[in-house]
Design a protein around this ligand. Structure first.
Ligand SMILES: Nc1ncnc2c1ncn2[C@@H]1O[C@H](COP(=O)(O)OP(=O)(O)OP(=O)(O)O)[C@@H](O)[C@H]1O
Ligand SMILES: [Mg+2]
Length: 604
């Protein structure tokens, strides 16, 4: 409830990138417990590093004691032997502290690398399983920022941060011990400053945490926008929107900077206060030492004590800094664990069965569906597709064509009604066995960075070069591939840089053909292809359809004329179904669509 109110309160200050960014006031204990799971694997390394740090610090803390003896005993008594021994001891403690510190750094770095790997691996694996609905609802840059920079910061806080925290707390204990050894009176004066600082830090803590959370939110917005701007750079330039985009970028950067400055200001206040309190205490020790206890306080004692007092405040200042890093990391961690906790809605049901061989009998039984739980996009859709049949889905834009194939591919769960393949409800079979026998070409045929051969091989990881070439030949893509200077080894990028839209689609066909699916789904396969390539693509589609149950969504009716059945979808319902000739005889919606398109083609 409190969370909801906070969300509403901050809603007015938000921009359109502020999705899933609520500010949680408390460090979640649940999340800290989850962190411990990641630390468990590195506990040996971290434990060892901790031990080395303790030894290094103890070695370094004995230094002032040798200094004190040198000042109070060796120098007044002109004892050269003792002076050299003390100098040697001091030198040894310094070397030991440095050597142990170096080994410790290696161990911590190693542990950090393991933590980064494990958190990122879990996060990435989870992201790969998350349903389309998760990706529908947020800018992708916001997801990216969690996987890379956030994980880096968190792992650093978990490896280095935790060790340093323990070390600094122990340091304080050790230093207090050594101070009392030198002079209990002066030690008591030093410790008096501690409660003042504790009260101050405790009161500023929640403000600081919220400030850092805001910075992380604004950073994530900025990332989301930059990613979008890079992805959409072609559209930006086409519409000459560069200036306006730079304006948005500048606003988002300023928002981030303002929050950052605020957070820095708060952190700085903590630092300044700690420094001030430490300096006041430092002076007090000298004043008390020199004026009030002079006969009892030797010069060496005061020197050693000064050194310890200085060292006493250092870990406290460090702790305040560690706390700062830690709270930022905790807000990142919230985001990371939120994502890992995101439910995998599309998963195997309990007792899901394997589908060893799909014949390709597809049934929709009274299927209704809504993306947002409010507006029905499909309304009581029922049809039956027989093995080997080719079914075309046509209809106006937004009618629900893609939704039908989304449900058949189980990218979304069917909520009302049933989708069956070979008489088996697809909710009750394993996703792997279902999808491995489906060839799905979505509206946007995405290619990955790699060579042309790599992209075709995506459909079947163990495909040989010969298989790849055979698939390309069958689809009719070999012509253009062989003309490229590097042929099948031509590198392409995820945007398909270097090849045309039609060629991208031909490659996507090859990828689908090589996976040899039992059920074929093509969404808008020919929408972006010129007439010349369309001939090729149509041949490709025909090759693909052979011997499989096929669902083809195409706006160009020439592509689907030969399908054994055409379904006309309108407002989420199947308004007409039949062969091309049947529907033309019926003179209904399909007939109108056909003649409208025919007229357009003639007029071209
Ligand atoms: N991810 C989504 N979240 C919410 N609503 C959606 C989503 N995808 C589609 N819709 C809505 O569902 C309806 C049907 O969309 P669908 O993509 O199935 O249409 P379509 O027939 O494939 O259209 P087109 O021919 O333009 O591809 C549309 O009104 C659309 O706005
Ligand atoms: Mg569509």
């Amino acid at each position: 409830m409190a969370k909801k109110i906070r969300e509403q309160r901050t809603a007015s200050k938000r921009n359109r990138y502020d999705v899933d960014e609520y500010l949680d006031e408390k460090v979640s204990l649940f999340n800290i417990r989850r962190c411990l799971r990641y630390l468990a694997k590195t506990k040996m390394g971290l434990g060892m590093a901790l031990l080395l740090s303790i030894l290094a610090n103890l070695a370094s803390l004995t230094g002032p004691l040798f200094m004190q003896r040198a000042m109070d005993e060796a120098i007044p008594n002109k004892d050269m032997g003792l002076l050299l021994t003390m100098a040697l001891y001091l030198g040894i403690t310094i070397i030991v502290a440095i050597a142990l510190g170096a080994v410790r750094n290696v161990l911590v770095a190693r542990a950090g690398a393991v933590i980064v790997h494990d958190i990122r691996f879990d996060l990435f694996s989870h992201l790969q399983k998350l349903p389309f609905s998760f990706y529908d609802s947020r800018p992708h840059g916001k997801i990216f920022v969690r996987v890379v920079p956030y994980v880096n910061s968190v792992s650093d806080a978990l490896s280095n941060g935790i060790i340093n925290f323990v070390i600094e707390v122990l340091n304080i204990v050790f230093i207090i011990f050594f101070m009392f050894r030198v002079s209990p009176q002066l030690a008591s004066v030093t410790i008096l400053g501690l409660p003042v600082l504790a009260i101050f830090i405790w009161s500023i803590k929640p403000i600081q945490r919220r400030a850092w959370q805001r910075v992380s939110n604004k950073n994530s917005n900025l990332n989301a926008y930059i990613q979008e701007a890079i992805d959409g750079v072609r559209v930006t330039q086409a519409f000459d929107r560069q200036e306006r985009n730079s304006g948005i970028m500048s606003t988002l950067t300023n928002e981030r900077n303002n929050e950052w400055m605020r957070a820095q200001y708060i952190s700085n206040t903590t630092w300044v206060s700690t420094e001030t309190i430490s300096q006041i205490v430092f002076s007090f020790v000298y004043i008390v030492g020199v004026y009030h206890m002079h006969p009892m306080v030797s010069f060496g004692m005061l020197l050693a004590m000064g050194n310890y007092v200085w060292r006493f405040w250092q870990p406290i200042i460090n702790l305040a800094n560690i706390y700062n890093t830690f709270i930022t990391a905790m807000s990142y961690l919230d985001r990371i664990f939120d994502t890992i906790a995101e439910p995998v809605k599309i998963k195997d049901a309990e007792g899901a069965v394997e589908f060893p061989f799909v014949r390709g009998h597809v049934e929709f039984k009274n299927v209704s569906f809504s993306y947002d739980g409010v507006r029905k996009v499909l309304n009581n859709v029922t049809f039956d597709g027989h093995p080997g049949e080719s079914i075309a889905i046509v209809g106006p834009t937004g009618a629900g064509k893609t939704t039908i194939v989304n449900l058949l591919s189980r990218f979304y769960n069917v909520e009302e009604g049933q989708v069956c393949v070979d008489g088996q409800d697809i909710m009750k079979v394993t996703l792997k066995s279902l999808r491995s026998q489906m060839g799905i070409m979505l509206q946007d045929s995405y290619l990955f960075t790699g060579t042309i051969a790599d992209n075709i091989r995506y459909g079947k990881l163990d495909a040989s070069d010969e298989e790849i070439q055979r698939a390309a030949k069958l689809i009719g893509a070999n012509g253009f591939i062989e003309k490229l200077p590097q042929g099948y080894q031509t590198p392409i990028t995820e945007r398909g840089g270097g090849i045309s839209q039609g060629e991208r689609q031909l490659l996507a066909f090859c990828r689908t053909l090589i996976s040899d699916p039992r059920i074929l789904i093509l969404d808008e396969a020919t929408s972006s292809i010129d007439t010349g390539t369309e001939q090729l693509v149509q041949e490709g589609i025909r090759t693909l359809m052979k011997g499989r149950t096929s669902f083809i969504i195409a706006h160009r009716l020439s592509t689907i004329r030969d399908c054994s059945r055409i379904m006309y979808v309108k407002d989420g319902q199947i308004a007409e179904a039949g062969s091309h000739d049947e529907l033309m005889d019926k003179k209904g919606l399909y007939y109108q669509l056909y003649w409208t398109q025919h007229a357009e083609e003639v007029s071209l």
